[in-house]
Design a protein around this ligand. Structure first.
Ligand code: FMN
Length: 168
């Protein structure tokens, strides 16, 4: 059930060096492509990065913060970009696609995490990867087998007091 994948999805920041199969990456990308986009624009494209030198450069662009070392350690970085000329809502489209990526990854026994990309880092990532200027990105998503991961969410994480019926 989907709720099981949602419970099991946690941000993974330590990865094993084991490679991720191309078939798994394809299915994860399929999950992203099948997500909703504004006016059904379907403008998201994908760069799959496995080269160590490229991952190291992306880690450098994102600030070389030691807590974020997973950017260079994960076996795969999935970079999703969307065409700003084709979507009125790039952040929303990419966010919806990202959640699908997280859920399909966890369903396949893989870990992932949202690594935020700032507006200042956006052109640097695009230049590094040869992505045209009309595209934009909001994150890069490391994917790999977890070396360690937080516990799945449980009903202890449920916050019913935040639910309002009809009015606040
Ligand atoms: C918009 C957004 C930006 C995030 N950026 C980062 C990031 O740059 N680095 C990181 O380690 N985690 C990042 N995260 C992951 C959050 O820290 C994480 O989702 C949160 O701590 C809850 O943990 P969980 O994902 O295991 O439930 C981001 C999450 C979101 C939604």
């Amino acid at each position: 059930m989907t709720i099981d994948a949602i419970r099991n999805r946690r941000s993974v920041r330590e990865y094993k060096s084991d490679q991720v199969r191309d078939e798994d990456i394809t299915e994860i990308i399929k999950a992203a492509q099948f997500g909703p986009t504004a006016h059904n624009n379907q403008a998201i494209e994908f760069v799959v990065v496995r080269e160590q030198a490229t991952k190291d450069e992306i880690y450098g662009i994102t600030g070389s913060d030691e807590t974020q070392r997973f950017v260079s350690h994960a076996p795969v970085l999935l970079v999703m970009v969307t065409d700003k000329e084709k979507t009125p809502m790039p952040i929303e489209d990419l966010s919806a696609a990202s959640e699908n990526v997280f859920l399909e990854a966890v369903s396949r026994g893989l870990g992932s995490v949202w690594k935020h990309i700032t507006a200042e880092q956006d052109p640097q990532i695009k230049e590094l990867l040869g992505i045209p200027g009309n595209f934009t990105l909001i994150n890069v998503i490391p994917i790999g087998y977890a070396a360690s991961a937080p516990e799945p969410k449980s009903d202890y994480d449920f916050q019913p007091e935040k639910i309002h019926q009809e009015k606040w």
